[in-house]
Design a protein around this ligand. Structure first.
Ligand code: PEP
Ligand code: MN
Length: 376
């Protein structure tokens, strides 16, 4: 059972709900907090045998907005009737929610200070303040470039800070790497921020998921497991959220299809609306790791544009995409990187697709809330 308090409810109101919950044997209350657009929202989750707990008792308590009975599934990340204002979060001055699209363009893997500098400079020039920079690379072959690791963190963070880049999506494969990132952020005086990326290869690394959930400072970008069901991936995110870190973005990046060609992975962006209906997580799409190559189709646009557009047209709130100033010399995933000259065009393309989606929402096409019930 989830007891949601009104936005900015006083701590005493939350404590009172917790006290009442403790009166029921076998029930454990756990407090979660979300910072939505309307302010801070506290939820008290009643875990255990809640069958005999009357909903009305909690609904009548001061400061309580809603009581919902949920199955154990997706308790923290599930939508459970939560409104739009409870989707997403703010981190380091950047909002990740359904009201806009955050473009997170950057290097798949950090290689040289010059390339990092060019990337950051071009982001700033295009009015962008989020990026991706892989320092720790989980590679299929042990003989491939494994990333520069913690050694590159000081100059990557310094360059980001100097160019006003606020959030860097950075993959971790191990909890020690998380500590290295936190230490490097402290050393650079919080010049920038990091969103911890859990890659597809670690989608069911439950210890890593729990450890990412136990730290409160950095949000998490979870990439869908490439060979597991969507339900399994959502349960994996619940590991992060239930440990205490509710600020997670769910990233679709294609799934293995065993068919190989033409794309590296089968593009799964039609699942964006599924995730939006089931969860309160902002949804990201990664057209680079799903399409896996830079091919320009007869209309003059790269396939990666079209794939990203598919996600944005159905309400994705973030796009993670590989760029590189010199893809031929990139040490990881060069063939799928867009060159810098595509950056303003990619930004413009996403703005146009988003405007198209907003136009559809503002038209008379969507059903009005009062007519939706039968079709849910
Ligand atoms: C990446 O984003 O660099 C990456 C390795 O992605 P994925 O985990 O989706 O393969
Ligand atoms: Mn990559």
């Amino acid at each position: 059972m989830i007891v949601t308090l009104k936005a900015n409810a006083p701590p005493e109101a939350v404590e009172f709900v917790v006290e009442q919950a403790r009166r029921f044997a076998g029930v454990q209350p756990r407090v979660h907090r979300f910072v939505g657009q309307g302010g801070s929202v506290a939820e008290v989750h009643l875990i255990g045998d809640t069958q005999k707990v009357p909903e009305q008792l909690f609904a009548d308590l001061p400061g309580v907005r809603r009581v919902v009975r949920v199955s154990h599934k997706y308790r923290v990340i599930g939508r459970h009737g939560r409104g739009e204002a409870e989707v997403g979060f703010e981190y380091n001055g950047v909002r990740f929610d359904e009201s806009s699209v955050v473009l997170c363009a950057g290097l798949c893997a950090v290689d040289t200070p010059e390339h990092v500098e060019i990337m950051m400079r071009e982001l700033a020039r295009n009015g962008l303040n989020c990026t991706r920079m892989g320092a720790y690379k989980p590679r299929t072959s042990p003989y491939d470039f494994q990333g520069l690791g913690r050694d590159c963190l000081p100059w990557v963070f310094e360059s980001a800070g100097r160019h006003g880049v606020k959030v860097i999506a950075m993959e971790i494969c191990d909890a020690r790497q998380m500590d290295e990132i936190l230490a490097a952020l402290d050393l650079c005086g919080g010049a920038t921020g990091v969103m911890l990326q859990i890659g597809t290869r670690n989608a069911q690394n439950f210890e890593l998921l729990k450890q990412a959930g136990q730290q409160a400072r950095l949000p998490v970008l979870f990439k869908r497991g490439m060979g597991i069901t969507l339900e399994e991936s959502l349960n994996a995110v619940e590991y992060v959220a239930s440990e205490g870190q509710p600020n997670v973005v769910f990233c679709l990046r294609g799934v293995k299809s065993h068919l190989g060609e033409p794309h590296r992975n089968l593009v799964d962006f039609a699942h964006v609306p599924v995730l939006r209906a089931q969860t309160r997580l902002p949804v990201c799409v990664d057209p680079s790791h799903s399409v896996g190559r830079l091919r320009i189709v007869p209309d003059g646009l790269p396939e990666i544009f079209h794939a990203a557009g598919q996600g944005v047209l159905v309400g994705a709130s973030m796009v993670l995409v590989d760029f590189h100033p010199d893809p031929h010399h990139a040490l990881c995933d060069g063939p799928q990187a867009l060159t810098m000259d595509w950056l303003p065009r990619f930004k413009n393309y996403l703005e146009r697709v988003r405007a198209c989606y907003e136009g559809i929402l503002a038209s008379d096409l969507p059903l009005k809330p009062e007519n939706r019930r039968d079709l849910a």
